[in-house]
Design a protein around this ligand. Structure first.
Ligand code: PMP
Length: 428
């Protein structure tokens, strides 16, 4: 029963475009009514009708410790009495910057912003300002937010809705974004040769999460690193999903590849609207007011976002066992899903690293956007609805990753595997 969600969705259509404030939430591509949430605790979501769901979206990544993690909630409540925004610097911002720098490799200076989009957009501007070059390389199916430069062959909702050219992005901007297939180092080399001394930055999701979960082939990130070194290109790792999730130091630590600039998003705010970009001092010192690359934000470093993020990141720093637990839970889920998928006889691929995992219904390995797009995504839609009906909340698209949180119990994982078995029996 989702009557209240249906009523809310109908009502929302009158005041909000498509009834939602971010497109993928609308369930447009999978069909049906988006579920309106009322509360969440640990690994569970509770909707407006009182249904409970085991959550594998976790606010698209940030809820590594589960929803309504008490130290985070309490810190927000306690701090709110001082102010919700000063528009002036606070000690909290220094503590947050120092904490992040102590956890992640290769970051000398870090600037807070209010979203992942802003972080990536600002990192690109900085790379352009620093190198004096205009073009960037991004990878098909990677999503770096909705800034104009990134809406070229983008993943996530842009892929889900199959939008080829985004109206409103000028040809001039789009022409400065060059694209290659993920995992295709030769294609990158060719672009770099064709556009010698024109490329300011290569930006990548070090583990892609916006076309389902796709892992970098061995040597791919290392290859990009050395191309950037040889050509004076700024290597930007977009760790909006992977940061603090794959390891305390994110993909840079887990995969042992260095970035020049790194971007973070929602994860560092414990669910509050926040993002950040940082990296080598030599590059970061070009940001205003140290340098002339202008970048600003009234709510940047917002105290409630800082205190929430600080409490979460501190917990992660002080409890490395959380990462072991997340990996073990995800490995257990992967094995269970593998068993039921194998028994079902359908073709499938499970991609996973750490607590990022996704299923594609495909006979072929999923290594880039075209292989993800060629999978049986109609079957995924049916699977999504069959799971939702059974109380398991998956991302409503095969072009998204599932995220696990540390609040999941073995019983939750067993229930999920059992529901997957029942769902496959229903849809196949
Ligand atoms: N980069 C990546 C890798 C993302 O997954 C996202 C959003 N899912 C963004 C950037 C943009 O972040 P935001 O939606 O906070 O602007």
């Amino acid at each position: 029963m989702i009557e209240k969600s249906i009523a809310l969705f109908n009502r929302a259509q009158h005041s909000i475009p498509g009834g939602v404030n971010s497109p993928v939430r609308a369930f447009k591509s999978v069909g049906g009514t988006p579920i309106f949430m009322k509360s969440a605790k640990g690994a569970y979501l509770f909707d407006a009708d009182g249904n409970r769901y085991i959550d594998y979206i976790n606010s698209w990544g940030p809820m590594i410790l589960g929803h309504a993690y008490e130290p985070v909630v309490k810190a927000i409540q306690d701090y709110a009495q001082y102010s919700t925004s000063f528009g002036a610097p606070t000690e909290l911002e220094i503590e947050m910057a120092e904490l992040i720098i102590s956890m992640v490799p290769n970051v000398d200076l870090i600037r807070m912003v209010s979203s992942g989009t802003e972080a990536c957009m600002s990192a690109i501007r900085l790379a352009r300002g620093y190198t004096g070059r205009n073009k960037i390389i991004k990878f098909e199916g990677c999503y770096h937010g909705h800034a104009d430069s990134f809406l070229v062959k983008a993943g996530s909702g842009v892929a889900t809705f199959n939008i080829q050219t985004v109206p409103g992005v000028t040809a001039g901007v789009a022409n400065d974004t060059l694209t290659c297939a993920y995992n295709d180092l030769d294609a990158v080399k060719q672009l770099v040769t064709e556009h010698h001394n024109e490329i300011a930055a290569i930006i990548i999701e070090p583990v892609a999460g916006n076309m389902g979960c796709i892992l970098p082939h061995e040597g791919f990130l290392e290859g990009l690193r050395s191309i950037c070194d040889q050509q004076g290109i700024v290597f930007i790792m977009d760790e909006v999903m992977t940061g603090f999730r794959l390891a305390p130091g994110g993909a840079q630590e887990r995969l042992k590849v260095k970035a020049d600039l790194v971007t973070y998003g929602k994860v560092i705010g414990g669910g509050m609207p926040v993002g950040a970009f940082g990296g080598k001092r030599e590059i970061m010192q070009h940001i205003s007011p140290l340098g002339n690359v202008y970048q600003a934000g009234t709510l940047s470093g917002n105290p409630l976002a800082m205190i929430a993020g600080y409490m979460m990141l501190k917990t992660l720093k002080e409890n490395p066992a959380i990462y072991k637990q997340l990996d073990e839970s995800t490995n257990y889920l992967r094995k269970g899903l593998n068993d039921v998928l194998k028994a079902s006889g359908t073709a499938y691929v499970i991609n996973q690293l750490g607590s990022m995992i996704s299923i594609h219904f495909s006979e072929h390995p999923i290594v880039n956007f075209s292989s993800a797009a060629a999978a049986n995504n109609e079957l995924f839609k049916k699977f999504f609805h069959a799971m939702l009906k059974r109380g398991v909340y998956l991302p409503p698209s095969a072009f998204e990753t599932w995220f696990l949180c540390s609040a999941l119990t073995k019983e939750d994982l067993d229930v999920t595997i059992q529901k997957a078995k029942e769902s496959l029996q229903e849809i196949l």
